[in-house]
Every structure is written in C-alpha cells, then in structure tokens.
Design a binder for this molecule. Sequence first.
Ligand SMILES: [Cu+2]
Length: 358
Amino acid sequence: MTPPRAAAIFAALASGAISACTNGGGLGTPAGGGGGSPSPLPSAAIGVGIPSGKIGVENDPVWGTVGGYTQNKTSQVLAFTPGVTITITNLSKTTPHTLNVIEKTHGPPAHFPSNPSLPFSPRGNGILGPGYGSGALNAGQSVKVKLTKPGIYLIGCAFHYAGLNMRDVIQVEAGATPGPTASPGPGGYLERRPDPIGPRADLVDQRGRRFTLPALRGEPVVLTFVSAHCTDACPLINAQFSDAAQRLRRDGIAARLLTVTLDPKRDSPAVMRELAQRFGADPRYWLLASGTAPNVHAVMHRFGVISEEARPGESERHTTFVYLLDAQGRLAQTMLASTAMSDAIVDALHKKREVANR
Ligand SMILES: [Cu+2]
C-alpha cells in the first residue's frame, strides 16, 4: 500500500522532468492524457496531447527533452516547409490544450523560459509566428494555421507548459520533412548511430555479474535510474518496477527491467543487491545495477540523465524518466515516471509484442 502523502508526492513528481527526491511541490495529478495511442496523422497535421500520456516525451539529441506535439504518433520535434497550412488537432478525449509560439529561436539547444505568459485565446490571425496562439482547443477540436514565415519556433501549451513540461520545437524551412530535419520519432536519430544501445561500459547486477547494455539486446529493456538512499520518490519508482516485474513473469512477457543507480559513489553493487533483496527482484525480469562511477556516468550521459548533488539542507534533484528500448536496443519510447508506471510499462510491452507478431 502506498501511504497517501507519498502518493501525492509521486503525482507531483510525474508532472516534472526533474524532481527533487523529497518535496513534491504539490502540482496534483496530471489531467487525463489521450486515452489510446493516436494513429499516424496526415502529413500536414500536428497532434497535441499530454506529454506524460500516450504520446510520451522524446529526448531529442539535438533539441533536448520535448513532449506534447507530434507529426506522427509520438512526441517529436516538428518540421514543415514554408507555405503549408497545418491542422492542429487536440488528440485528447478529455483535456483542452493550446499551441502557442513562445519565441523564435536560433538554437539548438532549445532554451525554454521557465514561466512565459501564454494566452488562452486565439492570437496571430491563423499565421504561425511570434505571438501566435491557437486558443483553447477542446478535446478532439482542430484549428488551421499557415506556416508562412520560415524560422525555428519554441512552442508550448498555455495550460500545461509549466506544470507538465508541454513544450516542443517547430522548424519551418525549405526542404523540411518529418525526418531528417525534424526528429522522426522513436528510433529515428538513433538508428543512424553505430551503437544504438549505448556504451559498452560494464555494469554490475545484483548477482555480482558484469554486463553491458548491448548484451541485453534480444528482448525489450525498460530502463530507469534511482538513488538507493532516496527515501521518497525513488522507492515509489522501485515499487512500480517491482509490480511490473511480477506482471512480466505472470504474463510471460519476454522483457527485462533495469534499474541503474544515479549515485555510483554511494550505491555500490552491494547496496543495489540489498535493494534487490528488499523488493525480491528476480534477475530474470529485473536487474538492479551499479558499477564504477565513470561507467555509470557514461550510461547516464547516453540517456541525458541529470542528477545534481544535494545542496546543504536540500535533497538531490534528478530526472525521472523511464526508457523503453526495443529488442534491437533502439530507444522506442520515453515515459515520465508516475504512479501508473507499472500499467504504462506493461501496456507498452504488450504493444511491442503485437507489432513484432504482425
Ligand atoms: Cu496542454
């Protein structure tokens, strides 16, 4: 059972990419996302949805973490040629969103301001540019916008920019396509890398066995990062992984969960073994790993994981994403940790299996 206070903290945690290990901040439970994974969209379309919902977030290697807007099915940096008219559609069945231009940028990377004022009413006469706002789009509603002015625009949702990091990048330039100009979604950039699954740095699991991420290829891997000594958010992520591991075993899903420490200096392999024992982790389904600091940091760096050392009197802050790698080791989906993580993991793995069996 999750005590109520912890649940509140975790709900708040789910709404931010970076969370303190303690002190949730009280943002409340994120509003309902999409309900069902969206279908691929027409080419001149932008789909809009909660970034922690079914369309996920993307760790774009060029622009950073973006989420909430898509040209196909998953969050991605968007790109279009100038002159086209785009239909912006709210993919949610429950929640209003907007698409607002925050500013024109020269990036990368994308420097999103922390608290811009984004109007809820339509602005900009249907032409995308600085100051443009779609106005509130209710569930399922659409609006058209013309992309006449070339440039790179940071966009966000007036409702969910601050609380849920609903923000993204649109590039309007000659020759732009959903790839390679924009990020094409899962695996797009990563397929072109020689070693999609990341560094061959050795990690050490709870049995004391050395392994590398590439050695786990052959079945999907669900990866997250925690601190063993964190007393609020991380134990809840662990509880979700523990639940998911039991469901993988029960449902006979060939996949593996992997928890890597964020703090190799404190979390030795012995500490991770204790953590594994506390949750009764079966290594066939759930590995908990540490390693030398350079090796662990190499893996963290590969996934853009940030962990700041605690300042005096404060707890450390770290990213709280969960990464789904497909059987070939490609990044297929990035999810925000949440109290529904176990469901999200099992759903995503079931979907992978359906696709593989087609
Ligand atoms: Cu929104």
